[in-house]
Design a protein around this ligand. Structure first.
Ligand code: PGA
Length: 251
């Protein structure tokens, strides 16, 4: 059975005091969860304190981005080895905010994905279309291109050590969630495209949905056959909401 994963994406939110309060509540709220994984992807400066808080819990942690370079004169960048130093399990790569606001194109995303894997991190590879692309009927083409860049560089087998997150850009932070069927259709498209290249890898691949997942819609999304959990932005900042989303995995 493939692994289900709920990962919080805190984005550029939080401070030491709030993070502690949030995590302490989440730790006790998900302590009894079985067969499900919970993680939080936090801003770099908080990795050390998050590691200290979560070390002996059933929650893992990760970063929201990572450099494609190992080390060197790359002012402002953070390497995979640095993330490993702070016990990270995951690194999000290719989030749409990185792609659109910071100009990360698919080739750079693929390089980050490969660098993360080479360091023993699990990349959470985000893919998704804009509203214009959906309305133009090019959703599948866009997602195929985003995946192709990664498969061309790292190979299809690399997906056995990765998570894919389908995040329609029009649903991120907007309160507009894809309907469970809309999301399922794209998840199925992703899984079947990969299955054509390696059926075993496709079957075991965790594909998260992301985009306005909340306590009141998580269960119906996670009930779809190809949706294996979620990447959660806004709702991951409110303990009771995030805990409810995590529990929705078990229904
Ligand atoms: P949201 O963000 O849940 O706030 O829509 C999801 C994401 O960007 O990963």
């Amino acid at each position: 059975m493939r692994k289900k994963l709920v990962a919080g994406n805190w984005k550029m939110h939080g401070n030491l005091a709030e993070n502690n309060e949030l995590l302490n509540a989440v730790v006790s709220g998900v302590a009894g969860l079985r067969d499900a994984s919970v993680s939080v992807c936090v801003p770099y400066p908080y990795l050390s304190s998050v590691q200290a808080t979560l070390r002996d819990t059933n929650i893992t942690w990760g970063a929201q981005n990572v450099s494609q370079y190992d080390k060197g004169a790359y002012t402002g960048e953070v390497s995979t080895a640095m993330l490993k130093d702070f016990g990270c399990t995951y690194a999000i790569v290719g989030h749409s905010e990185r792609r659109t606001l910071f100009g990360e194109h698919s080739k750079v995303v693929a390089e980050k994905y490969l660098a993360a894997q080479n360091a023993g991190l699990i990349p959470i590879l985000c893919v998704g279309e804009t509203l214009e692309q959906r309305e133009a009927g090019t959703t599948e083409k866009i997602i195929e291109e985003q995946l192709k860049a990664v498969i061309a560089l790292a190979g299809v087998d690399s997906l056995s050590k990765a998570v894919v997150a389908y995040e329609p850009i029009w649903a991120i932070g907007t309160g507009k969630t894809a309907s469970p069927q809309q999301a399922q259709d794209v998840h199925e498209f992703i899984r079947s495209g990969i299955a054509a290249q390696n059926a075993g890898v496709a079957e075991n691949l965790t594909i998260q949905y992301g985009g306005s997942v909340k306590a009141n819609n998580a269960a119906e999304l996670f009930a779809m056959p190809d949706i294996d959990g979620g990447l959660i932005g806004g709702a991951s900042l409110i303990a009771s909401d995030f805990i409810a989303v995590c529990h929705a995995l078990q229904n």
